[in-house]
Ligand binder design. Structure first.
Ligand SMILES: [Zn+2]
Length: 1037
């Protein structure tokens, strides 16, 4: 306040000296106070008034600027204040007049650096010639004034974030100058004393190359080679990362629709810089704060009359078993998919389905097949038997005869996986088929032992049957009409017995990979750029010159769009987007053959989208070798070295990046050497589990049914693609037809499970497999579980996505787990009908005790759950006013708590019960809110591995996933005991069995009387266990 009243320069200076002392010693806190009291404004005012003196007092300006340099970075509005105040120009003029006065120059530059971080200031400073001013200060190597140089480079870097300034720098030929300065410092600063200066130059170059002109200027100035040559001998590990950003941005080597405006990226826009850290902030913003959306949705919008048709899926609720001996529960009355009244009233589906199909083919880059339209279902939802009309089944007479499949071709001459349709070999190149057949015949005569045999896995894989698998494939409908079967799905997978550790990342692997990428630009002579596989071109020539690998992904769940041999042993791979979408590239599953033993192959999947991946944290890809399989080791194994995942220079069109411009793709790279000659290998993102595999498993599970098991398989509905969506009912048969027993049977609480809404999350299917096998098992626990509950299970919510190799969506190109609020019966039939089942249950007062949707998680480790809690959500927000009125049963925590105590892969610490806004249309939230299921969960399984518990440090395998599914069942049994005391006594005898099976570590608070346990009667003991479990539950909550 004193400042304003005094005109005396010396007094002002004295105050400024004191202030300078104060703010230097006090650190950030004092500066904060100074800013909050309006100190910045006063200082800026003094700058302005001081500048009006002629000449301005140098000492005053020096003091003011060194104060501003301290205060500026702490004041978020500093840039705006300075501009409005007119201080910007004062500082710039001061600089211009004092270029040789280093004492004054430094604080002025420091202040300028802060001004420039404001984008509006940057543009205006650029116009005022500040870029040129900076180039007068920065220069070749010199030991003098390095701090001045450093600040100037930072200022320049900040100014160049503006595209206008970047263009100006290109126009004035500053790019070669910067490169020259960089080289000079690199040459002379041999002891790396001034790394920050080189870093500053690189920062400037990086910002200039954000625009297209800049990238061109950079390449024209031979920048790529200069940086490459300097950084290979440099110790600066940061450099390559920067350098990859300097690469000229290009489109993916496929023909895609791109937004033309993306090409013109040099236009100044607000917020034009990419900010990946934003995700974290969004996370907090995402919490639901609307209390009404956290309360149960009261109105059931659908009249019961409309829901009544779902009664047929709940025969067990009215079953009286009067003719029990003949009755086979499986002979279901509802074999036909349900006909929705609303859907029926619509005109034939062709008009909606046909355009979809066309887009589909475009999206997959294929020619439309006019005669075959797997996407156009019959006018009304068709009965299942019409599936017979699809091609595969028609053609199967000639080719899929077991006599043809069984004596497999000699592997040496192996060309194709077992064919279902005769046409495929012919498609791929006419005469080859005959020649092949001849060769096989010859070979079969002479070569004993060389014949490819189906590995005998019946003992190891009781639920797998290759012949049955092929049968199942015939009725599976895919958009590309796959006619081949991948060997891994045919042979089956036996989980290896050895441990697969989470890979330790080799230091500098990303640097090496990026150097290799850059070398492509520098040594173009090594580059082959040979397209060896291309789904977009129907007649893509299969070059068989022994110089290239052969690729294939034309089978169920397969996903590979294009393969380009970049160098002799290096391939760039492009994945298909989800059908009717132009993104979601993550899932892959393809076949490779024609490899050389021992050669160091490198594979790069170049159009990944997520900004980070577990591939950077020890996850490996999965590989299946047919040679290994026929040697008795049919299995997927984690493989690959030098794995890393990083941003590349391929641009994403804004259409494919949700409207955001300037986004890039990511490369997932891995290297490997093949061990077998003439092998056929498969690579996948995660353990494949096809829709046909599910159908096969379900048939095999049916065979496990005993007279004690009630199991029914209904067809819930048909998908857009014409596949049926199975619904399972599993419980125990009543012990007799007595009223009591029937009553107990009908009144068992329901557990509703679903999985695989996201096709790329195959781990969810393996967990589901574990659950189903446990439920159909013969153990006493399984029996108790069936007696305790009626299980309703939709094991695959998105069959079409799975079949067609999608990562996330269904055929409509939508994420089905965002459609639960108002699913459309036409576009999202599986969700619509699953929700209807739940609505029906709610309407008859039988809402399930537990709802759980199994998923896979690509970024986190372990297995964990997401649940819904009103309180825990409110606690995370600021809506505290109402929180004291909130009443909530804590029961939603019990199941995950039990799981964390018995399932080694499960981690309570990773669980969350907060309701996010972005998740309001997911199964978990809708079932919680609309159906009123308190225990409504998403169970997420890692794709990578565990960092706690028994499996710490190991990658997850199918054995662990299946075990998780089984343990989920055991946990439900314990939940049952915790929730209903009456049931307890019936199963008291099982408690020991259970505790043998699972390592219980529950901290039950035991009283002293515990030691007298032997004296309790059975009933007393039961009561005691009950009270203890109650205590347990209280504690765990
Ligand atoms: Zn998911």
């Amino acid at each position: 306040m004193l400042f304003c009243n005094t005109q005396d320069l010396q007094t002002i200076l004295n105050i400024l000296y004191i202030l300078n002392e104060l703010l230097t010693v006090g650190g950030g806190r004092r500066v904060g106070v100074f800013v909050s009291k309006g100190g910045t404004g006063i200082l800026l005012q003094l700058v302005l008034s001081g500048s009006k003196e002629s000449p301005p007092s140098e000492e005053l300006m020096l003091q003011l600027h060194s104060l501003l340099a301290k205060v500026g970075p702490k004041d978020r509005k500093f840039g705006v204040k300075a501009r409005l105040n007119g201080a910007l120009n004062v500082t710039v003029n001061l600089l211009k007049q004092n270029l040789q006065n280093h004492k004054l120059l430094l604080p002025c530059l420091q202040v300028l650096r802060v001004y420039s971080s404001n984008s509006v200031n940057a543009v205006s400073l650029g116009k005022n010639g500040v870029l040129e001013l900076m180039f007068k200060i920065i220069g070749p190597y010199s030991k003098k004034n390095t701090s001045l140089l450093k600040v100037s480079l930072d200022t320049l870097g900040a100014l160049l974030k503006s595209k206008t300034n970047a263009r100006r720098a290109v126009d004035r030929a500053h790019v070669p100058v910067l490169l020259y300065i960089y080289q000079d410092w690199h040459r002379n600063d041999t002891r790396h004393r001034h790394m920050l200066i080189r870093k500053g130059v690189l920062g400037c170059l990086k910002n200039i190359t954000n625009i297209k002109l800049g990238r061109k200027a950079f390449i024209d100035a031979d920048g790529m080679r200069i940086l490459y040559n300097t950084s290979t001998v440099s110790t600066v590990t940061k450099l390559p990362k920067t350098q990859s950003c300097l690469c000229p941005c290009v489109w993916l080597p496929v023909d895609d629709v791109v937004d033309e405006s993306d090409d013109n990226d040099d236009v100044e826009t607000e917020n034009d810089t990419e900010n990946e850290e934003e995700d974290k902030d969004h996370h907090n913003d995402d919490i639901e704060t609307d209390i009404n959306k956290l309360r149960p949705k009261e109105t059931h919008s659908r009249p019961f009359e409309e829901l009544k048709i779902y009664e047929r899926f709940f025969l067990e609720l009215s079953e009286d078993f009067q003719v029990m001996q003949d009755r086979h529960p499986f002979v279901s009355l509802s074999q036909r998919p349900i006909i929705v009244p609303t859907a029926q009233a619509l005109p034939p589906k062709y008009p909606t389905a046909a355009p979809l199909q066309e887009e589909c083919h475009l999206a997959k880059g294929e020619q439309p097949h006019p005669e075959a339209s797997p996407l156009a279902p019959a006018p009304t939802p068709a009965p299942v038997h019409t599936l017979d009309t699809i091609n595969i089944t028609k053609d199967h007479d000639g080719c899929c005869d077991h006599s043809q499949v069984r004596p497999q071709p000699v592997l040496e001459h192996y060309r194709q996986p077992p064919l279902l349709a005769g046409g495929v070999a012919a498609q791929q190149g006419g005469g080859a088929e005959e020649t092949l057949a001849e060769e096989w015949a010859e070979e079969e005569e002479g070569g004993e032992g060389a014949v490819l045999e189906v590995p005998d896995t019946a003992l190891l894989l009781p639920l797998h049957d290759p012949d049955l698998y092929v049968e199942m494939v015939k009725s599976t409908r895919s958009v590309p009409q796959y006619s081949e079967v991948a060997y891994p799905d045919y042979f089956g997978h036996v989980a290896p017995t050895f441990r697969e550790h989470i890979l330790e990342r080799v230091y500098g692997v990303q640097r090496t990979k990026i150097f290799q990428d850059i070398e492509r630009l520098i040594h173009p002579n090594d580059i082959l750029d040979k397209v060896v596989y291309d789904l977009d071109i129907q007649s893509c020539p299969v070059i068989d010159d022994g110089e290239s690998l052969k690729f294939n992904s034309q089978f169920e769940s397969g996903n590979l769009r294009k393969a380009i041999q970049a160098r002799k042993f290096e391939y760039d791979l492009v994945l298909n987007s989800d059908i009717n979408s132009n993104h979601y590239h993550q899932w892959f599953y393809f076949e490779v053959s024609g490899m050389r033993v021992g050669a160091p192959y490198r594979f790069n999947i170049i159009n990944c989208e997520k900004s980070n991946s577990q591939f950077n944290y020890g996850m490996q890809v999965l590989m299946y070798s047919v040679q290994e399989a026929i040697s008795g080791r049919p299995r997927w194994v984690r493989t690959g070295t030098d794995i890393c995942y990083y941003k590349n220079h391929f641009s994403r069109s804004s259409i494919a990046a949700g409207g955001q411009k300037g986004k890039s793709y990511y490369t997932m790279t891995f290297s490997m050497t093949f061990n077998h000659k003439d092998d056929v290998c498969y690579f996948a993102y995660h353990y494949p589990y096809t829709y046909s595999t599910l159908k096969m498993h379900l048939q095999k599970l049916e065979a496990l049914r005993t007279p004690q098991i009630y199991m029914r398989q209904d067809i819930l509905c048909e998908t857009l693609g014409g596949n049926s969506c199975p619904l399972l009912t599993i419980t125990a048969m009543p012990e007799s037809t007595s009223n009591d027993q029937i009553c107990q049977f009908r009144n068992r609480p329901l557990v509703f499970l679903s999985s695989r809404v996201h096709p790329g999350e195959t781990n969810a299917s393996w967990v589901m497999k574990g659950t189903l096998e446990f439920l159909m098992g013969s153990s006493p626990l399984a029996h108790s579980l069936r007696e305790a509950y009626i299980f309703k299970i939709v094991p695959m919510l998105n069959p079409d996505g799975v079949v067609n190799g999608n990562h996330r969506c269904s055929l409509s190109g939508e994420d089905l787990n965002r459609q639960w609020q108002s699913p459309s019966p036409e576009l999202h039939p599986t969700i619509y009908h699953t929700k209807s089942l739940l609505q029906y249950l709610a309407a008859i007062q039988r809402a399930p005790l537990v709802f759980c949707d199994y998923h896979g998680h690509s970024r986190k480790k372990n297995v964990f759950m997401y649940g819904c809690s009103l309180k825990e959500t409110v606690w995370q927000t600021n809506i505290s006013a109402t929180s004291c009125e909130l009443h909530e049963d804590l029961g939603y925590r019990t199941l995950p708590k039990i799981l964390s105590q018995m399932a080694p892969a499960f981690s309570m610490a990773s669980c969350s019960f907060v309701v996010e806004r972005s998740k309001e249309a997911t199964a978990r939230v809708v079932v919680w809110r609309e159906i009123g299921v308190q225990r409504s969960y998403t169970m997420e399984s890692t794709l990578c591995g565990c960092d706690q518990g028994k499996y710490k440090g190991l990658q997850i395998g199918t054995r662990e996933l299946e075990e998780m599914g089984a343990q989920f069942c055991v946990a439900l049994l314990r939940l049952k005991r915790l929730t209903s005391p009456l049931e307890l006594r019936n199963h008291a005898h099982l408690l020991d069995v259970e505790s043998d099976l699972i390592e219980t570590r529950c901290k039950v608070s035991r009283s002293d009387t515990c030691t007298h346990q032997g004296y309790y009667s059975k009933q007393e003991l039961t009561l005691k266990i009950y009270t203890e479990t109650i205590i347990f539950e209280c504690e765990t909550n």
